[in-house]
Ligand binder design. Structure first.
Ligand SMILES: *Cc1c(COP(=O)(O)O)cnc(C)c1O
Length: 421
């Protein structure tokens, strides 16, 4: 037997990242970036398979992170080796987080005015001392300032407008902790609109150079353009300030989907950049890794209870937690809706959870113990979320290269289960 692995003989359970599909997504994003001037970052919370970062770094401006661990990963695996940007946002940071983030992040985004106040002195004095140290070396050499990282600080705003219909994914629902309301900025300044450069400079906001919003989820350009209209209405005076140098439009933009209005996005980015003199950032997760991977499982048993139920070595609860959470039925290769073809099965996981059900599917042929099943679109929000509930083994991780060779990059064992407990 040769030791060449392909999609067909990888031992299961396994995640496989399809490098050709990933590069295709990334090249679409690069084209949008090149033509619009936007900086496009990978949101690592969707996809942190850093073995692909050398490939992705050819197309993307860098990474963004949901906290210190992701920021460090982005810096170590893309920022530092490939000279790319490292961004971070979190609902709250500790002082210890801040000490570790300041030297490695290009942008640090604060979720509240109180978080900015908590970290402002530390942040601004880091910038000051880094500038002084850089300045004492070779003077106007721009490459020396790239060596010494000078972070830029921003605020996440809540425009109180989102077209997301699922509440758990909507950061603008009433009672949301995510982002700063316009009225709180007003209250802090004790001044009416519009805010002027002088008011900004003499307030606690001096040192803030960017605004960020994240109010989309799997959406097209229409919702973005309507959201931007609301943001210009509510925050246009801040965007017009000379102190505000960047605007981050967050993630949730389905830019790599066939029907996404990329020309609309490109002209909107250009318009915003010109009108407000800002650099525009986009930080998609899903759009980078959509349709770029498989989760391969094997049928372990078939039981009956009013219908046929196949028990697999992959679990919805452990390996695709968005399936029960969203909920949705993931696409499966060579399978159809229940009852559409002669043989219908419920596919379920090898855990004790009654609800560990992936979905009901029908097939042209009967399923047998030992058959392999290929779940599609399994690169994003899977590996980053999987868990060892019930002591379930974690799927190994593979890269499928363009010639069809599969290369193993991770294997997990009992030790990985034990180490976390
Ligand atoms: C989740 C998230 C993203 C990425 O969202 P996708 O839907 O995967 O594109 C980007 N930015 C922030 C702040 C997020 O919370």
């Amino acid at each position: 037997m040769s030791d060449r692995f392909t999609l067909e003989n990888i031992p299961t359970p396994a995640f496989v990242v399809d490098m050709e599909a990933l590069r295709k997504n990334a090249s679409i994003l690069k084209d949008v970036a090149d033509r619009s001037g936007a900086h496009i970052l990978l949101a690592q919370k969707a996809f942190s398979c850093y073995a692909t970062y050398p490939a992705l770094s050819k197309y993307l401006a860098g990474t963004t992170a949901s906290g210190y661990h992701e920021a460090r990963l982005g810096y170590e695996e893309m920022g530092k080796p490939f000279g790319k940007e490292t961004h971070v946002y979190a609902p709250a940071f500790t002082s210890e987080d801040m000490d570790k983030l300041l030297p490695i992040c290009d942008h640090i985004i604060f979720n509240s005015i109180s978080q900015w106040k908590t970290h402002r002195d530390r942040a601004l004095s880091f910038v000051k001392s880094t500038r002084a140290a850089a300045g004492s070396g070779s003077t106007e050499d721009p490459s020396s300032s790239k060596e010494a990282n000078i972070p830029s600080f921003g605020l996440r705003i809540n425009p109180e407008y989102s077209e997301i219909e699922t509440d758990i994914y909507n950061p603008c629902v009433k009672g949301s902790r995510l982002g700063i309301l316009r009225e709180l900025i007003e209250r802090e300044l004790g001044a009416g609109s519009p805010v002027t450069a002088e008011i900004w400079d003499t307030s606690v906001f001096s040192g803030i150079e960017g605004l960020h919003f994240h109010t989309h989820c799997e959406q097209g350009f229409g919702p973005l353009s309507r959201t931007i209209r609301v943001i210009e209405e509510r925050f246009g005076d801040l965007l017009s300030l000379p102190q505000i140098k960047w605007l981050n439009l967050g993630g949730g933009h389905h830019i790599t989907k066939e029907d996404y209005d990329r020309e609309g996005l490109i002209s909107e980015v250009k318009r915003l950049s010109e009108k407000y003199n800002v650099t525009v950032y986009l930080e998609p997760g899903e759009a980078v890794a959509i349709d770029a991977g498989y989760l391969i499982g094997t049928v372990m048993d078939i039981v009956e209870n009013g219908m046929k139920i196949a028990i697999l070595d992959v679990s919805a609860a452990c390996h695709m937690p968005d399936v029960p959470e969203m909920p949705y039925r993931p696409p499966l290769k060579s399978a159809f809706d229940a009852e559409e073809k002669p043989y219908t099965y419920r596919l379920a996981g090898n855990t004790c959870l009654a609800g560990d059900v992936i979905g009901d599917y029908s097939f042209e042929e009967e399923l047998h113990v030992g058959d392999r099943l290929y779940f599609l679109d399994m690169a994003m929000y899977t590996m980053v979320k999987d868990n060892t509930f019930n002591g379930m083994p974690l799927p190994s991780v593979w890269l499928l290269e363009e010639g069809g060779d599969a290369v193993n990059i991770k294997k997990f064992s009992y030790d990985d289960f034990k180490a976390r407990l």
